[in-house]
Design a protein around this ligand. Structure first.
Ligand code: SF4
Length: 271
């Protein structure tokens, strides 16, 4: 059996509860089948259904069945439209951004990891020879769309502290924590160098990791990387964990938090 959005919808709880981050079960089914959202993001499926359906959908994706390849473009256009009425000048201070103009239009200067990009109402501008991942664009549009303004709390929390985060915790573990600790196990000095090259600031007190570095991928989205190196004699494996400021959900959704942490892992493991 093939699973198109309707076939998958029939397997869902049909309560439209929103725990998956989508406004309805049908929207979720569409995202899973066509756009790569994980079936586990719905916490109301039993394991047997999950196994059976997830396997079939994975096989479909491998063959390109029902897959919409321009997902990022659709999401990006949707978000660009949504921020159309945002007052850039008014939201800039709350987001830690600089308001500017470009070709006579409103624009925002956005420091993003180790670069600064300019977002106008017509798009994101980077240097002519620079490449910019379309999913990074989606993240930046989301940051503007949320228009958070809460002052940072200075309290570091794990993703598990945020409501309905269970499905994303698995993604964070696989896409970030595991990648960092596997790559840098037994190589703490190398991790330290990679952190410094990426502009991380060592945090010396108050954390129990062997190493703690603070990063600021976006002005109101600080991340704290904790790392414990392996101890072979004690049989202790390396571990890594990303913490977020307690206000993080004012600035991005869970998907965005996971993405930005995975991006950090990408950059650290490719320096
Ligand atoms: S979490 Fe599951 S039941 Fe709730 S809206 Fe999403 S798909 Fe439907």
């Amino acid at each position: 059996m093939r699973f198109g959005p309707i076939e998958l919808y029939k397997k869902l709880a049909k309560t439209n509860c929103g725990d998956c981050g989508q406004p309805s079960c049908l929207a979720f089914a569409t995202q899973v089948v066509g756009f790569g959202q994980e079936l586990r993001d719905c916490p109301h499926l039993n394991e047997a259904t999950l196994d059976e359906v997830a396997r079939t959908i994975a096989e479909q994706r491998d063959k390109g069945i029902f897959v919409k390849k321009d997902n990022h473009k659709i999401t990006r256009e949707h978000l660009r439209e949504k921020i159309g009425n945002h007052d850039f000048e008014a939201i800039a201070p709350g987001l830690g951004l600089k308001y500017t103009t470009r070709n006579g239009m409103d624009a925002l200067e956005i420091p993003y990891f180790d670069r600064t990009v300019t977002m106008s109402r017509t798009g994101i501008v980077v240097g002519e020879t620079e490449k910019f991942d379309p999913w990074d664009e989606v993240l930046l549009y989301n940051y503007i769309f949320f228009s958070g303004s809460k002052p940072l709390s200075g309290e570091w929390v794990g993703l598990e502290s945020f409501p309905n985060s269970l499905p994303k915790r698995v993604a964070l573990e696989e896409g970030c924590h595991k990648r960092i600790h596997q790559y840098f196990a037994g190589a703490r000095p190398e991790l330290e160098i990679a952190c410094q090259r990426l502009g991380g600031i060592p945090v010396l007190n108050g954390h129990n990791g062997d190493l703690a570095f603070k990063f600021t991928p976006l002005p109101r989205m600080p991340l704290l990387l904790l790392f414990w190196d392996e101890d072979r004699e004690e049989g202790f494996e390396a571990q890594a964990k990303i913490l977020f400021d307690a206000t993080a959900l004012d600035y991005l959704d869970l998907e965005g938090l996971t993405f930005v942490a995975e991006k950090l892992a990408d950059k650290l493991t490719s320096i």
